[in-house]
Design a protein around this ligand. Structure first.
Ligand code: PEP
Length: 251
């Protein structure tokens, strides 16, 4: 079964509601004809509801950047999976390296977040990837395997099949340093191989995205690799032209 391309924009801590609506209006104009790609945007929480309304009847799906695993309760400052589903989210990022770097999120909690997302009908985009130090110590495959295992731990194979994996080498995020297509493909193939040990058919069907300084001018080559099924885009998702440029970059 051919895997559908997914291009997902992570807006991080950017865009007021007004700016978000402006960006969405331009994206709708530039992407209205696209049929062969799942287009996803992840605005900040404050803009989710308004953006969700503004992309109704469009080919764009809404995602959140983060969630907490409890549905409700005394957990100040957090948002739950049912709340995200209520405002129209279809997907949610889980375990982004910035969450781990700045907010002490752990690999174990990625699994809990993924489980909670699935329970509410959301598809988790599970982010994994090595640091520069780990790559230089030849530990990339080991680290990525460990993160993948932690993220899908406790999920049934049916639940795993609903997940999206994003391979994001930490050294390539927001740095302008992009993994070469061969470097990225090597890790993507290893991730799929590890999933194959759980279920061959599920491994074949799952989308594995690359993230890390993807731009319109390097996207085609990355997206042309056999096991790269899309991109998770940070900086280049903040203008309609560059994000649409990536969606349309395939050869
Ligand atoms: C990201 O944060 O997921 C990301 C890939 O960022 P950038 O594209 O800016 O490197």
């Amino acid at each position: 079964m051919a895997r559908k391309l997914m291009i997902a924009g992570n807006w991080k801590l950017n865009k007021t509601v007004g700016e978000a609506l402006e960006l969405v209006r331009d994206l709708r104009r530039l992407l209205s004809q696209v049929r062969d790609c799942e287009i996803v945007i992840a605005p900040p929480y404050t803009a989710l509801y308004a953006v969700g309304k503004a992309i109704e009847d469009s080919p764009i799906d809404l995602a959140a950047q983060e969630l907490f695993w409890e549905d409700s309760g005394a957990y100040t400052g957090t948002v739950s999976a049912p709340m995200l589903a209520e405002v129209g989210c279809k997907l949610v990022l889980v375990g982004h390296s910035e969450r781990r770097q700045f907010f002490n999120e752990t690999l174990e909690s990625s699994g809990k977040r993924a489980k909670a997302a699935l329970k509410a009908g959301l598809r988790p985009i599970l982010c994994i990837g090595e640091t520069l130090k780990e790559r230089e110590a030849n530990r990339t495959m080991e680290v990525v395997a460990e993160q993948l295992d932690a993220g899908i731990q406790g999920l049934s194979i049916k639940e795993v099949a609903r997940c999206v994996i994003a391979y994001e080498p930490v050294w390539a995020i927001g740095t302008g340093k992009v993994a070469t297509p061969a470097q990225a493909q090597e890790v993507h193939a290893a991730i799929r191989e590890r999933l194959r040990a759980k279920d061959n058919g599920v491994a074949e069907s799952m989308q594995i995205l690359y993230g890390g300084s993807m731009k319109p001018d390097n996207a085609a080559e990355l997206l042309g690799q056999a096991d790269i099924d899309g991109g998770l885009i940070g900086g280049a998702s903040l203008t309609a032209e560059s994000f649409a440029g990536i969606v349309k970059a395939r050869k």
